[in-house]
Unconditional design. Structure first.
Length: 188
């Protein structure tokens, strides 16, 4: 029986495909994953290829039997949800106090352009230039790490940080990520 994809509000559960192999291999070869599992590291590429091929060839679902599925973002189908990304995060300090937080994906072969996941400055310290200074440092670091661009997404409406990003050269890509405007700043 073919497995028809299941769509929820946020996710699509679909049968595995051969081109899922990179994400599959990264996950299995990740120490933080493997320590809770029964396989040894390194999880070789050959094992990844073989396991993915087996998952793709699976029939079913069949009562009482396991079945591999791939979980992707419903709005960004090329984004496999459990694909491993390494977080990079820092507190933002000003006048000897912690006033904010920044978290992004670390530059890696799989994710060459950092995605700014979380960025906030305490309400009492906003509009003092702290966010801009933190973004300057973040973008500078991304360039130093060899990134060609940085990505972000923001909610529209009252209180939206859109003006901050637009003034700094972030350009909406046309993509909507979980209801948010996705934008990219390419480094010259
Ligand atoms: C977005 C945020 C981090 C900006 O930090 P900040 O320290 O206030 O930023 P700055 O003081 O450097 O602001 C620089 C400029 O960006 C623009 N800006 C920043 N926040 C804005 C907002 N909420 N609405 C409109 N413009 C804004 C303004 O042009 C501002 O310059 P101005 O004060 O001279 O007008 C902060 O407002 C925040 O934490 N917001 C809530 C969480 C959030 O939306 N995070 C972003 C997720 S993508």
């Amino acid at each position: 029986m073919p497995f028809a994809p299941i769509r929820t509000e946020r996710l699509t559960l679909r049968p595995p495909r051969l081109d899922d192999v990179d994400a599959f291999h990264r996950r299995r070869d990740g120490p933080e994953v493997a320590r809770y599992q029964n396989w040894e590291l390194p999880y070789t590429r050959e094992r990844g290829d073989a396991s993915t091929a087996r998952a793709v060839a699976m029939d079913g679902p069949t009562d009482g039997e396991g079945r591999s599925i791939t979980v992707v973002d419903a709005e960004v189908p090329d984004h496999i949800v459990d694909d491993l990304v390494e977080p990079w995060y820092r507190a933002i300090g000003a006048d000897g106090e912690i006033v904010g937080f920044v978290m992004a994906t670390e530059v890696s072969d799989a994710h060459p352009n950092p995605y700014l996941w979380r960025f906030l400055v305490d309400r009492m310290h906003q509009r003092r230039g702290i966010g801009s200074a933190a973004l300057d440092q973040f973008e500078h670091r991304c360039r130093d790490q060899g990134a060609a661009a940085v990505e972000v997404s923001w909610a529209e409406g009252p209180g939206s940080p859109a003006p901050l990003y637009l003034a700094r050269g972030y350009e909406p890509s046309g993509r909507i990520d979980n209801g948010e405007t996705h934008a990219v700043k390419a480094f010259a």
